[in-house]
Design a protein around this ligand. Structure first.
Ligand SMILES: Cc1ncc(COP(=O)(O)O)c(C=O)c1O
Length: 434
């Protein structure tokens, strides 16, 4: 298959590297095919690069663009509200309107605070949990991503499955140089989806543990659904031991349902984090929770602050996004289109005798080449043939279909039936060349 022309992007990357570290502003952007790409604009389900290539986009900016690129209601609301001002170091009316809406839609959202991104909202939840329980550690799971800050940048990059060691007492590795070694003393880590192991660990360590944090669906590694009863079990254990249950809904929020995955699964966590799809690409996140926990922020026992929080454009973007989701109620359609694509990819792989595993609920899903019938936790993801996936993603990109490099696909309300049919047909062709 012929490679596309990426020459203008290559030239700009050379220029960027002289002044931007690595030519980019986020580590993940380096790993596009064949290198970081420069874009000119996005429209609906499509994104366009400086070489004039038009891609059908399943990356959706790593998740935020649930309404697709450049949704007119979002852009107009942001523009209109920004014309009045940017940031007041004070309150404004749309901030209340957004909070009232989220309070109505999300089961655990009795009180909330807005901030800029998922990483800092996660840290706010830890602070509240520690303050309320008087305990210091959090329990988390291998392969779950909770941002790039020190105490969570472990357990996501491991040299080999053997290096993880025992399931009861896993080894952890820092994602980056410069992460203080003592930050790993803040948590206990376990493989996901193993309730018996959580039970056993809590029986021994509950006096140290302030919170359990989980992605409700393990989107960042394999897009793995929780085993039957897993979340319910976490909920009961947290109640039993006075531990905060934190759902990191940065990916699942506004994507699994308008009330997040907590509404979808019918489990109400104590606190949760929303970001990505909430703001359609504008920097806004929310830490939301039950009054019993978030009340500590209300009373200023726990401090949460931020100069840039709840600026006019970010609040307007979130409000407009939620208005569209409420009006269109696109969930049945996003699930149906996602599942059609999942089915099409499975059939294309079968007809080419390839061991492609496709899993996930539909609005997002993951692909990987493995002989396993199901990937159940981070340890299983080591069976993926990464080189083969890399070839597939690169060949799809050369066919102008853009997918996240680790195999994750996102569906937006802008994707059409024809987009899905096209993606299946191209996948069939590309898989036949692997
Ligand atoms: C589940 C989850 N939590 C937290 C984060 C961190 O969010 P941000 O990149 O907005 O800081 C991410 C980012 O991808 C995520 O996927």
């Amino acid at each position: 298959m012929k490679s596309l022309d990426y020459s203008k992007s290559a030239e700009l990357l050379g220029r960027a590297k002289k002044v931007l570290a690595g030519g980019v502003s986020s580590e993940f952007r380096k790993y596009n095919h064949p290198h970081a790409i420069f874009y000119t604009h996005g429209q609906g389900s499509h994104i366009f690069d400086v070489d004039g290539n038009d891609y059908l986009d399943f990356t959706l900016s790593q998740g935020p663009l649930i309404l697709g690129h450049s949704h007119p209601h979002v852009l107009k609301s942001v523009n209109d509200y920004s014309e009045l001002g940017q940031l007041y170091a004070g309150q404004h009316i749309k901030e209340i309107e957004l909070a009232e809406k989220i309070n109505k839609l999300i089961p655990s959202a009795e009180l909330m605070r807005f901030c800029l991104d998922g990483s800092e909202a996660v840290q706010t939840a830890f602070r509240v949990a520690r303050a309320k329980t008087g305990k210091q550690k959090f329990l988390r799971f291998e392969g779950h991503y909770h941002g790039w800050l020190d105490n969570v940048a472990w357990g996501i990059s491991t040299p080999s499955v053997d290096a993880l060691g025992s399931r009861e007492h896993p080894n952890v590795y820092p994602w980056s140089a410069g992460i203080p070694d003592h930050s790993k003393d803040e948590f206990i880590i376990l493989p996901w989806n193993d309730l018996a192991l959580v039970e056993k660990t809590l029986a021994e360590h509950h006096q140290e543990i302030a919170a359990i944090i989980t992605e409700p669906i393990m989107c960042n590694n394999g897009c793995i659904m929780p085993e039957e009863g897993f979340h319910q079990g976490l909920r009961s254990l947290c109640d039993q031991y006075g531990i905060a249950l934190i759902f990191d809904e940065v990916i699942t929020g506004f994507r699994m349902s308008i009330g997040g995955s907590q509404k979808y699964f019918g489990i109400t966590p104590d606190m949760s984090i929303f970001a990505k799809a909430m703001g359609s690409g504008y920097p806004i996140s929310a830490i939301v929770g039950k009054r019993a926990w978030m009340g500590l922020i209300e009373e200023a026992k726990v401090i949460h602050a931020g100069t840039m929080n709840s600026s006019n454009p970010t609040i307007a973007a979130a409000l407009a996004t939620i208005e569209v989701l409420e009006q269109e109620n696109p969930y049945e359609r996003m699930f149906r289109l996602g599942n059609k694509l999942i089915q099409g990819l499975r059939e294309a792989a079968n007809s080419n005798n390839l061991n492609l595993l496709v899993q996930g609920p539909g609005p997002m899903f993951n692909i990987g080449f493995t002989d396993l019938e199901k990937v159940r936790d981070y340890r299983d993801t080591f069976t993926y043939d990464k080189a083969k996936l890399g070839k597939f993603i690169a060949a799809m990109h050369d066919e102008r279909i853009r997918i996240i490099g680790r195999g994750l696909w996102y569906i937006s309300t802008a994707h059409t039936e024809a987009d899905i049919d096209h993606a299946i047909a191209v996948s069939q062709r590309v898989l036949s060349t692997l």
